[in-house]
Design a protein around this ligand. Structure first.
Ligand code: CA
Length: 232
């Protein structure tokens, strides 16, 4: 397994509310929300708590308890710090285990898979615009510039019991995964993402290239990408 990662505040935001991390076979990105600097706090707590729960004895169970612990820690921090009231975060997680990949997510951070030069989105955004698309009242193009595109229907820290979505798949040699926050997908199309992931180059070069493309596209939001390449 090889991986590369990069985060960037973009060209508009004064701070970076995204966090990312990895421990052994687990990779995470998180995109925090909340006033002042609360979003930064929420995404950092989420990454720290989920990584801390990964002891390697039962990774799938530890991932689940990590999400629960992160949810509780964010809520406890918000209770104790009025500045952080209402803060929350997205999380997208990829866990590579033997021949399987487990993907977990809450919110609108995404996990893509590029296999045999074909890009597949493995997650479904927990967002208002995604609901509207599913109902048929909004097109993908309209969603891209929708004024409420950042409104989430699920997040970590905003409910007592977080509704994390899990999916699993069999790995194939050469699979390339991308975890990203919406600062990437706001500026770079899926076709462009697929072309970068399918090209030659190491994962760090691909991560750097994706961030550069998002910045050139306007960099309207914080941008975080983690590229993971699976090799037996
Ligand atoms: Ca964002």
């Amino acid at each position: 397994m090889r991986f590369g990662a990069r985060t960037d505040p973009g060209l508009v935001r004064a701070n970076n509310q995204d966090s990312y991390g990895h421990r052994g076979p687990l990779f995470l990105v998180a995109d925090g929300m909340g006033g002042h600097r609360a979003g930064e706090v929420a995404s950092r707590i989420a990454v720290e708590e989920i990584l801390a729960a990964m002891e390697g004895r039962d990774p799938l169970a530890e991932l689940r308890s990590g999400f629960a612990a992160a949810n509780e820690a964010i809520r406890a921090h918000a209770l104790a710090n009025p500045d952080c009231y209402g803060m929350g975060t997205t999380v997208a997680a990829l866990l590579l285990l033997g021949g399987r990949a487990c993907v977990a997510h809450i919110g609108d951070s995404r996990v893509y898979l590029c296999r045999s030069r074909t890009l597949t989105l493995l997650t479904r955004d927990h967002s208002l615009v995604e609901e509207l698309i599913r109902q048929g009242s909004l097109s993908e193009d309209e969603a891209r510039n929708h004024p409420q595109r950042s409104v989430l229907t699920r997040a970590l820290g905003t409910a007592e019991t977080p509704q994390v979505e899990y999916t699993e798949l069999d790995l194939e040699e050469g699979d390339v995964f991308l975890l990203c926050t919406d600062g990437l997908t706001a500026e770079v199309t899926d076709a462009e993402i697929g072309a970068v992931l399918a090209a030659e180059g190491d994962p760090q070069a691909k991560a750097d290239r994706l961030v550069e493309m998002a910045r050139r596209g306007g960099g309207s939001d914080n941008i975080t990408v983690v590229v993971v390449e699976h090799h037996v």
